[in-house]
Design a protein around this ligand. Sequence first.
Ligand code: AMP
Length: 191
Amino acid sequence: MINLILFGPPGSGKGTQATMLADKFNLVHISTGDLFRSEIGNKTEMGLKAKAFMDKGNLVPDEVTIGMLENKVNANKDAAGFIFDGFPRTIPQCEALDTFLRSKGQEVSALISLNVDDEELVKRLLNRGKDSGRPDDKDETVIRKRIAVYDEETTPVFTFYKAQGIANTIPGEGAIEEIFASLTVLMDSLV
Ligand code: AMP
């Protein structure tokens, strides 16, 4: 069973690449951002709570995020494996994921980080904001805040899995197909 964390800052292409990888390797793609946006769309209590954090570029509290992720994994009992996109984003989320997978006799197989320059991220996100319908992609201040939150709260996730010897980095700039090819080579060496 493969449990891959696709890692990187907002706008690094995690969502696009995770969709393609899930298809190629027959894995279930779980994006916590997408799950929150679906809750917002359904106007649930969780969605309303999450929106207040997301619109400002802050992280949604761990207890909400971890429970939602675990429910989604549990709802996919027949999965051959998972790609986690946008999760974990904090050390408590890493610890919760490790404990949760261990309780099922599993573990995180690998983390792959997509490396993209900050100014390229801002450019990509502003461009995506023109038609993504995401309020957090429309405002450059919020975009820069999300990158700062990533630098401060999320980069320790890489170090956490590096200490386990399972963190990898690949360049996230260039053509989508080129990046996908590098990811595929790395995945082939992992599966
Ligand atoms: P994303 O779609 O991954 O860019 O996530 C959009 C927003 O959802 C983030 O800026 C956070 O506010 C929230 N979010 C998504 N995943 C997480 C997570 N693992 N922990 C906390 N907040 C999250």
